[in-house]
Design a protein around this ligand. Structure first.
Ligand SMILES: [Zn+2]
Length: 287
């Protein structure tokens, strides 16, 4: 590993530790299910398996592909003949937009939801949830990433810049840190924030089917999928079909996509969670 990679890894570990510490000092939502430490260990373990999958599948493909794209002038951006700095910026923005589309697909395509549900069945939400992606979802994202690189024409530097931005962003918006509401409203005009993403992890289906952005919040705004008018103390995190902590342990999480799927949005003993409180409130972040 070279110095830049060590610095990148150190920055991520530092961000994770800082957010995990802040979550203990200023929690946004109250813990409901299990001990935070136990969930952190589990989510880190799921994340470690996922990181292994990425090393095996993504690393040998995406960066070399991006170098190939650069050498052969492939992709939409090459046709525009932009100055290099602008081409890099537009590539990073388009990677962020196409990640919005990928996230939408992981919810809408049943095969992908089998894997993405492993991320959503976490019974609480904090920065460790940001690492809890099933290795299968990460492996399935590699062809999508390859298509992003080829179609957009992503240079290796643009890819590295995007990766450097997207990981801290994902740690941040999953975190359970209470920011001052006015500061978060301001920040949310630009990027995805913890309260906004908390609504995406609600066990109410129509709330989960909102807020699919991962970096810039503008994509949800443009697509009309932005939902901000749910107070955090009204949110129950998770998926109705999997409410028992004994069913979402480490091995259950890894096995989940390969088991018979329950209807996600009803409780095992039938009935859907309902709420009507967001009606009539203007669409802005609530405490
Ligand atoms: Zn999701």
């Amino acid at each position: 590993m070279n110095v830049k990679k060590w610095l990148g890894a150190g920055f991520l570990v530092g961000s994770f530790c800082a957010l995990a510490w802040l979550e203990r000092r200023r929690p946004l939502r109250h813990r409901v299910a299990e001990s935070k430490f136990r969930r952190e260990i589990r989510n880190l373990s799921v994340g470690a398996v996922g990181a292994g999958a990425l090393m095996l599948v993504e690393r040998p493909i995406i960066l070399p592909l991006s170098q190939f794209v650069e050498v052969h002038n492939w992709g939409l951006l090459k046709q525009l003949r932009l100055p290099r700095w602008l081409e890099l910026a537009v590539a990073v923005i388009l990677l962020d937009y196409t990640l919005y589309i990928w996230h939408y697909l992981t919810h809408r395509v049943p095969l992908l939801w089998r894997f993405h549900v492993a991320h959503h069945v976490d019974l609480d939400l904090d920065t460790s949830t940001a690492l809890r992606f099933h290795f299968g979802e990460l492996a399935l994202s590699v062809p999508w990433r390859a298509a992003q690189v080829i179609v957009i024409g992503v240079l290796p530097l643009a890819y590295l810049i995007w990766q450097t931005l997207v990981f801290p962003s994902i740690l941040f918006h999953h975190s359970n840190v209470e920011l001052p509401i006015n500061a978060e409203r301001w920040l949310n005009r630009l990027i995805v924030t913890p309260r906004m993403h908390g609504i995406h992890h609600s066990m109410i289906e129509e709330e989960t089917n909102s807020n699919w952005s991962s970096g810039l919040s503008v994509w949800d705004w443009l697509h009309g999928t932005l939902k901000l008018n749910v107070p955090q103390d009204q949110i129950t995190i998770g998926v109705p079909a999997y409410r028992d902590p004994k069913e979402v342990r480490f091995t259950d999480v890894l096995a989940l996509p390969f088991r018979r799927q329950r209807p996600s949005w009803t409780f095992p003993d039938d009935g859907k969670p309902m709420r009507d409180i967001s009606r009539g409130l203007e669409n802005r972040l609530l405490p």
